[in-house]
Write a protein of this length. Structure first.
Length: 71
């Protein structure tokens, strides 16, 4: 039981770090640092990072609900 709890904490921290990196890249993509275009907010890099960040948020919320149901 302790090992399982530690794994969850590690996974949660990893997801937080990946999420923060995605938000940073998304912000830089939005302002056009990586792919300068006429309209920087429309780059594929921005929308890819935004989608990945949203998937992480949804996954974390689902896991929290599962833990609440078990408790």
């Amino acid at each position: 039981m302790i090992l399982q709890s530690d794994n969850r904490k590690i996974m949660a921290k990893m997801l937080e770090i990946v999420g923060l990196v995605l938000v940073a890249i998304m912000t830089l993509g939005f302002v056009g640092v990586f792919q300068p275009t006429i309209r920087p907010g429309t780059s594929l890099l921005f929308w890819g990072c935004a989608g990945a960040t949203l998937m992480i948020l949804i996954y974390r919320k689902m896991k929290r609900k599962q833990e609440e149901r078990k408790s």
